[in-house]
Design a protein around this ligand. Sequence first.
Ligand code: TXA
Ligand code: MG
Length: 315
Amino acid sequence: MIPYRTEYLSADPAGLAQAADLLRQGQLVAFPTETVYGLGGDALNGEAVAAIYAAKGRPSFNPLIAHVASVEAAQRFVEWSDQAARLAAAFWPGPLTLVLPLRDGHGVSSLVTAGLDTLAVRVPAHPTARALLQAVDRPVAAPSANPSGRISPTTADHVRAGLDGRIAAVLDDGPCGVGLESTIVGLAGEPTLLRPGGIALDQIEQVLGTQLHIHQSGDLLTAPGQLQSHYAPEAPVRLNAHTRQGEEILLGFGPVDCDVNLSADGNLTEAAANLFATLHKLDRSGRPIAVTPIPSDGLGAAINDRLRRAAAPRG
Ligand code: TXA
Ligand code: MG
């Protein structure tokens, strides 16, 4: 990864404009929200989203939350519903994330959704986050701005301790107020609490006028494997292949002879950005999928994690 001289920007008009420019150029910028600092990247740019995983050193791909400035901005990317409208009217801007079906023509990188057909969206309340999102005028994917396995940052100093030299900039606007991540509610099917957080369950139930289903093991983050069945392609997947067997379609990496290449240059960021969309496309071919070896350094760890899940025996 290219080492950065991380810039520390203040939350004034000049700092906000620079942060917005960096995001629009595909760079990573940590920014304050009312819950925790987020590590932001342009959600429409697959390579920017791949860089988020690289900077965090995350060993697996988990779907990310797309942050937007307004309800109208959210509606460009997800199928809105009456329940979504009620929760948004009550709690947005604020620490509530809604998971909704993706809309046709959404343009969001499939690395944001980890290949799912739903998107998590939230309008944060922090004035600096809102001003930034308004200036960027695109959805910003942002997990908490900490290296994988460390606790979420609630000050710019926490971000500096974990990510200095790994990202383009930190927009510093003091400590976060809530200090607890957003509550996540799934609205793609039965209303479901996917992660407890900054807004209490009973408040949400009151607005919806119904009880929420509780996701079995609470925080999806603690068990990314739960999403395994959604991730798996229909077709069988064979790893570490060097040649095609039978009807197989060969997915390659680097300078190899194959049908589709994740990155002919052997660039792991490019490969990560292409991964989910490519698997969906190959799956539609109806042929079994073979994959050539991919190195496990950097983003390769997460790519291989995803491919192992895809190749795991199905029950
Ligand atoms: O308060 C917050 O939500 C902070 C700030 C930065 O906004 N962000 C945050 O992101 O906590 P992260 O990446 O640490 O957690 C996102 C959670 C994960 O548990 C992920 O599995 C879930 O959201 N998630 C994202 N998209 C999803 C989807 N389509 N379906 C189900 N769960 C989803
Ligand atoms: Mg987190």
